[in-house]
Design a protein around this ligand. Structure first.
Ligand SMILES: [Fe+2]
Length: 492
């Protein structure tokens, strides 16, 4: 029923208000009163009114225009118009604006009751509908936010994968090749590749290609025409360009575009390329990471070259004093590399030997001439000073932080497999592999060379000596490989 309903009666005639108020109060309604439009609006602001019984003629405004104002601020408030005469045009107009029903004056109270009940029911339905719509709207918003969140999580996960993959690239990997594989793994593309420009020929040449099904890149995409737009749009603006179903993104190193990463969509034509547009973000991230790797490598290589140059200068300083050392270092390096090949050492160890071999006796710079150049056998004390060259060598090398591992190899190049060497008496595999390898080649070269105090030994004698010392001075596996290399005709 209508008990407890909050009703605002708006009429310029207080008598009408009182009659209605008395009747509705008897039905336990909560009544508010207003004699003009302004009062009605004030009351609506203050009270949570459910139904307004609104006179058509008010002293300060037209009741019809008040409907608009009420419906804008309180759309669920039900409005019953009260009028002295029935005018169909007026009724249609008021209904269009949102009035719920009409009462003709003088009021028939039983009819008023029915209208009140109907309007109240209609209002409840309206509120329910509003709630449902509101909930739907919330649900849609949540779904939208969820979709956005999923997208962001996927984006962050992909970014994390890209970073991880670039972090796992090592110094010997081909960054361009790796970059293309990463594009193929991360993006859902038909194929991808890296192109380098041949400006004289006016072509882009495929440097590395990758296809989803593992086939070799087709011959028609080995070379593509370097049209003007590659230079004009991509190079200048450093943004991607689209050709058929492919996207090309310039790879920029130190501010210069040096090539193009290509990704080919699965679908054909411009539609395919459009599907790739979302992936351009990841393509740019991959290009950025690759650029940083290449720039770091360039920096590292130039730093490395500078350091090696400095170290080689020190070796030149030693050779000015001791001619034996220069040739010795070269021969030890070459022999170590040949022995390393036989032992299938990895590329990193080969590189270490290339660095350490020529400078392994670097510490001799700290040995006085009277000992370094002494033609006779050294006394125990002199020998002890001579031994310190491995520690001096390590000290010099370790000044360069990036050569820390190489410094250790120099320190231990006179250790013995049985632990009786110097300076730390390491044994077996405690001694770095490259140090064990250099130790064998060092001994070999000392024996193959005429020294002031003895003549060079023959190859068979040297092999016999190394074999005799296998397991005591030398690593047995390296000693065996040494014998094989020498017997296969190795020439220093
Ligand atoms: Fe040495």
């Amino acid at each position: 029923m209508i008990e407890g309903t909050r009703i605002l009666i708006v009429d310029d005639n207080p008598e009408v208000i009182n009659i209605l108020a008395d009747f509705l109060s008897l039905n336990d309604c909560e009544i508010y009163k207003a004699t003009c439009g302004k009062e009605a609006l004030d009351m609506l602001d203050k009270k949570d009114v459910e139904i307004v019984i609104l006179d058509v003629q008010l002293p300060d405004m037209n009741g019809i225009s008040l409907i608009d104002t009420i419906k804008v601020s309180k759309p669920t408030t039900a409005i019953i118009m009260a009028t002295g005469y029935y005018d169909p045009n007026f009724v249609i107009d008021a209904m269009k604006k949102g009035a719920s029903d009409f009462l003709l004056k003088p009021f028939e109270l039983d009819k008023l009751m029915l209208v009140m009940m109907r309007v109240l029911r209609e209002r409840n339905l309206l509120i329910e509908k509003e709630n449902i719509l509101h909930n739907l709207e919330d649900k849609k918003k949540i779904e939208h936010l969820n979709r956005e969140l999923q997208k962001k999580i996927k984006e962050l996960t992909t970014m994390y994968h890209i970073s991880n993959k670039f972090n796992s690239i090592n110094i010997f990997d081909d960054v361009y090749e790796k970059m293309v594989h990463i594009v193929g793994e991360i993006l859902d593309v038909n194929s991808c590749g890296y192109y380098m420009p041949d400006r004289e020929a006016g072509e882009l040449i495929l440097y590395a290609g990758h296809t989803k099904n593992g086939e070799n890149p087709k011959s028609d995409w080995q070379r593509i025409s370097l049209t003007e737009d590659f230079d004009r749009e991509a190079r200048a603006a450093r943004k991607h360009i689209v050709r058929d179903n492919r996207v090309y993104l310039p790879l920029v190193i130190q501010g210069e575009s040096i090539g193009f990463i290509m990704a080919e969509a699965k679908q054909n034509g411009a539609r395919g390329a459009r599907s790739l547009e979302n992936d351009v973000f990841f393509l740019k991230l991959i290009a950025d990471k690759a650029s940083t790797q290449i720039e770091n490598r360039m920096l590292y290589e130039s730093l490395f070259e500078n350091i090696l140059h400095t170290l080689r200068s020190l070796i030149v300083a030693i050779t000015k004093r001791d001619l034996y050392t220069e040739g010795h270092c070269k021969r030890v390096t070459n022999m170590s590399l040949a022995l390393g090949d036989r032992l299938c050492i990895n590329e990193y160890e080969r590189d270490v030997i290339r660095v350490v071999g020529p400078v392994h006796d670097l510490g001799k710079i700290g040995i006085p001439d009277s000992i370094l150049l002494k033609p006779d056998r050294l006394s125990d004390d002199e020998y002890s000073v001579m031994q310190s060259h491995s520690i001096y060598g390590e000290e010099i090398m370790s000044r360069f932080e990036i050569l820390a591992k190489e410094a250790k190899i120099i320190r231990h190049h006179h250790e013995r497999y049985d632990g009786k060497g110097y300076p730390d008496r390491l044994s077996g595999e405690e001694i770095p592999m490259c140090s064990r390898l250099i130790a064998v080649c060092d001994a070999y070269d000392a024996m193959v060379t005429d020294r002031p105090y003895r003549k060079a030994l023959g190859i068979e004698e040297i092999v016999a000596e190394i074999t005799r010392c296998s397991g005591s001075q030398f690593d047995p596996a390296i000693s065996r490989a040494f014998a094989d290399v020498v017997r296969d005709g190795y020439e220093s």
